[in-house]
Design a protein around this ligand. Structure first.
Ligand code: COI
Length: 357
């Protein structure tokens, strides 16, 4: 697919990019360009283009605004020492994007168009890729229904877009162990629902619980399984792992209600490479609490594209607090290895990197 290119008429000057990258947050600054590909039933994917980043014109009746017909992805681009820019396992994100599309009755974007769209954007906005420790250019592909129609049925017109945003620590400031609030009032997903799709509604539904978490002084919310008492599912926007003292990682199994994280999958591989046992199974909060108390479960961490690997220091469940007593050495060394591969400092033995620019 060929992309037409309309370059930004006034690209951000180098000094302003440097200023933006000096005070890097998460998701607040956007690069100069965006990629757009439209889709219409009967026509298919068409009008692929790169254009200046700007506001979108949409009918107030667009289906996405009413029925949340939308999906997204998250990937990161990293600059290597030779100045090239790479991303990590984009085929896995392309694959999940198609799975999410199927679940949400959206059209499936071919993998080659997904990957090409990242190349098109990053090759133009390469100057925006930060190179500080743990920093990257966060890439956000998304697809939504533009058709103006208030009847409830799968739409027939859609737009795919990619935007890019320089990213530091999603939790703000320096990396530190985060505090998690266990949601007892809300669940995130149920069997047969949309839990494993990366769709906006899952995140919208998590926000009232996330607000409670913040009110309790926590960084993120942990959701439990609605069917099995006290079974750990995932955080509002990331997967969760426990580290047991017998070289074992434990993470909730994928049952259709959990987001199938690319970082989750990569951590499982890296841990197995080290000779760790990885258990994907149901984890009850009681097991987490007992393990933390008797010192057998030493560490816990959150992982995701945005979160990378972030230690969990404490879990607040009502009046109860579970405190992790380990030194996070396993968590941090998995984080270092993953970031090392992504930034080209550690051998990419699984061929996970893809050069974008
Ligand atoms: C990601 O890790 O890319 C996510 O999608 C999490 C969040 C920023 C929504």
């Amino acid at each position: 697919m060929e992309f037409d290119v309309v370059p930004h008429p006034n690209p951000t000057p180098e000094s302003a990019i440097a200023e933006a990258l000096a005070d890097i947050g998460f998701g607040t600054t956007y690069t100069d360009h965006t990629v757009v590909v439209d889709y219409r039933v009967g026509t298919g994917w068409h009008s692929a283009r790169v254009e200046p980043f700007g506001d979108i014109t949409l009918s107030p009746a667009a289906a996405v605004l009413h029925y949340a017909e939308t999906i997204f992805e998250g990937l990161k681009a990293y600059v290597h020492d030779d100045g090239s820019v790479y991303t990590f396992r984009p085929e896995a994100n392309a694959d999940r994007f198609r799975r999410s599309a199927r679940r949400m009755a959206l059209p499936e974007l071919p993998e080659e168009v997904f990957v090409a769209s990242l190349e098109e954007l990053v090759s133009r906005d390469k100057a925006w890729v930060p190179n500080g420790e743990g920093e990257s250019l966060y890439l956000r592909p998304f697809l939504f229904a533009t058709e103006a129609f208030l009847g409830v049925r799968p739409a027939t017109e859609f737009t795919y877009r990619v935007i890019a945003s320089p990213a530091g620590n999603i939790f703000g400031g320096e990396l530190r162990p985060v505090k998690i609030w266990v949601s007892r009032d809300y669940v995130r997903a149920a069997p047969g629902g949309t839990g494993s799709a990366k769709t906006g509604g899952n995140y919208a539904g998590s926000l009232v619980a996330q607000r409670q978490a913040i009110e309790k002084g926590c960084d993120q919310v942990l959701f439990l399984d609605p069917l099995h008492e006290n079974a750990v599912e995932e955080l509002g926007g990331m997967n969760v792992f426990l580290v047991r003292d017998d070289n074992t990682l434990i993470t909730p199994e994928l049952t259709g209600t959990i987001l199938e994280g690319v970082t989750r999958d990569s951590i499982i591989q890296l841990a197995k490479d080290r000779g760790f046992t990885v258990e994907e199974r149901r984890i009850r909060l009681e097991e987490w609490a007992a393990g933390a108390a008797d010192g057998s479960i030493t560490e816990a961490f959150a992982c995701g594209t945005a979160a990378v690997v972030t230690p969990i220091g404490q879990l607040l469940d009502g009046e109860e607090t579970i405190t992790m007593t380990g030194d996070f050495s396993t968590t941090m060394s998995l984080r270092e290895e993953l970031l090392g591969i992504q930034t080209g400092r550690v051998e990419d033995r699984h061929h996970w990197l893809h050069k974008l620019a």
